[in-house]
Design a protein around this ligand. Structure first.
Ligand code: NAD
Length: 358
């Protein structure tokens, strides 16, 4: 990768690297864009096989965070941190305190929080060295686990898609297939199961994750490999990214795809493929923005879950706007979402140029 060319071409502002031999820290922080505010994004810990893979991952994730906050109307830019290490065996207080010192060197341009492989405890260690940590436990006056708000936002996104496809936001009599029954899927199911005629088809890699739901009368459990091909109205990816590919999309038997997982499309091309198959795709970062919305409700003010839920309610309207733009401009919803997010960033950039005379 020609790193400077790539960053310039894709609009990245900054890429920082940091090592600390005393604890074995090797970390990267990518800042995509800070036009709208400080770059917010989680800290992922993952043992990437090569430095190239790690770089690609952190850069891609930082850009997705810019788009997510922009589309949700939040005062944040996009960034991401990556610690190259094994979350099963390498996590120590020393590692996260060193990471905290790294975050602190950026002076608030990057705000961190938990992500894949990191936990609230890791963020508490990080916060011993820097104040630029968000999403700490509620006992700190922070916003804590965002899953409740994320699950609600995905639910509102589904309702906006239902309105488009079936002419009503009600999900009565619909069957929803959920891939991955973790924190977001559980929060989503609370809303879905309030409607007694909704049926869920659920899978998880670990059967223990399904213990609380497997005997529910509205729920059927299937094997992980079977979830793509079950007949359903809505497929809801709530596990990991990259699962909508040229192999899996042709298997889908649904009218809507709407779920909480990040980076669901293997590449942007799959956005076109899914549309051609007659499926309405709810862009992941539009409907799973509840996590960043939750964090926005702790910054500069006392955190309130009610306020976060109220803001997440707006995801219905944002999703609807993306659908209408996609129809008017005859483009797929993934592209319509990207244009919507970039449009907000560029509008603020332009305003700033006018105000500063530059
Ligand atoms: P989680 O770890 O609590 O749950 C994920 C579940 O998916 C686990 O139970 C795991 O066993 C299962 N899983 C993984 N791969 C699977 C597969 N191939 N088939 C079936 N099950 C599989 O995570 P979460 O917090 O619920 O987050 C889920 C997704 O939503 C992630 O992609 C995350 O990045 C994204 N997300 C979460 C939030 C949030 O508020 N937690 C916010 C925005 C985005």
């Amino acid at each position: 990768m020609q790193i400077f060319d790539y960053m310039e071409h894709s609009g990245y502002e900054q890429l920082s690297m940091y090592t600390d031999n005393s604890c074995g820290l090797r970390a990267l922080i990518a800042i995509h864009d800070t036009t709208l505010g400080p770059a917010l994004g989680g800290c992922r810990i993952w043992p990437h096989a090569t430095e190239g893979e790690a770089l690609e991952d952190v850069l891609r994730l930082a850009k997705a965070m810019s788009y997510k906050s922009a589309a949700a109307g939040l005062p944040f830019g996009g960034g991401k941190a990556l610690i190259i290490a094994d979350p099963q065996k390498d996590k120590t207080e020393g590692l996260f305190r060193a990471f905290g010192r790294f975050v602190d060197t950026l002076g608030g341009r990057y705000l961190t929080t938990e992500d894949v492989g990191t936990t609230l405890r890791d963020m508490e260690w990080t916060a011993l060295e820097t104040k630029h940590v968000t999403g700490l436990p509620e006992s700190y006056g922070s916003s804590g686990d965002p899953s409740k708000v994320t699950g609600f936002g995905v639910f509102r996104g589904m309702q906006a898609c239902a309105q488009e496809i079936w002419g009503t936001e009600s999900l009565a009599n619909k069957t929803i297939a959920i891939q991955g029954y973790g924190k977001v899927a559980q929060a989503l199911s609370v809303h879905l199961l309030k409607e007694e005629t909704v049926q869920l088809i659920v899978t998880d890699l670990f059967s223990s994750a399904l213990d609380n739901i497997k005997d529910h009368p509205q729920v059927t459990i299937v094997d992980p490999d079977d979830i793509y091909s079950v007949s359903c109205d809505i497929f809801s990816p709530c596990a990991l990214g990259g699962i909508l590919s040229k192999t899996t999309i042709p298997k889908l038997k649904c009218q809507i795809v709407c779920g909480g997982a990040n980076n669901q499309l293997e590449t942007i091309e799959e956005g076109e493929l899914i549309q051609k198959q007659g499926i309405l795709y709810a862009p992941d970062y539009i409907v799973n923005a509840g996590g960043v919305i939750n964090i926005s409700c702790e910054i500069g003010t006392e955190y309130s879950l009610d306020r976060a839920m109220n803001k997440a309610n707006d995801i219905f309207e944002t999703m609807n706007q993306v659908i209408q733009t996609s129809k008017q401009e005859n483009i797929n919803t993934a592209l319509a979402a990207d244009n919507f997010a970039v449009g907000r960033i560029n509008a603020v950039k332009k305003l700033r140029r006018i105000n500063t005379g530059l």
